[in-house]
Ligand binder design. Structure first.
Ligand code: SF4
Length: 87
């Protein structure tokens, strides 16, 4: 098994291919087995989302994975997805 420093170095040398950003914990449902909908918080700011998309693009990322609860409860989601198509 490789030591932790070697694994860390391997991770740093691996090219960036994907960007994942948590967009929101808002949800328009309230499923009994879930508690995320109670948090009602958005993830990073829209400016930060744009900055991360730009950085990821310049580092070679080609895929964007938005995640969270119901991401379309965040009003910037559509424009974020539109801009992420440039990855
Ligand atoms: S996040 Fe998913 S599981 Fe939770 S309340 Fe919303 S739809 Fe239900």
């Amino acid at each position: 098994m490789k030591d932790i420093r070697a694994l860390h170095q391997l991770a740093l040398e691996r090219p960036l291919t994907d960007l994942c950003i948590f967009l929101t914990s808002y949800c328009n449902l309230a499923c009994k087995m879930c508690s995320y909908w109670k948090e009602r918080e958005h993830g990073v700011s829209y400016d930060m989302v744009l900055s991360l998309l730009g950085e990821a693009r310049s580092l070679g990322a080609t895929r964007f994975h938005p995640f969270g609860t119901e991401i379309f409860t965040r009003e910037e989601t559509c424009i974020t997805l539109y801009l992420s198509a440039e990855l």
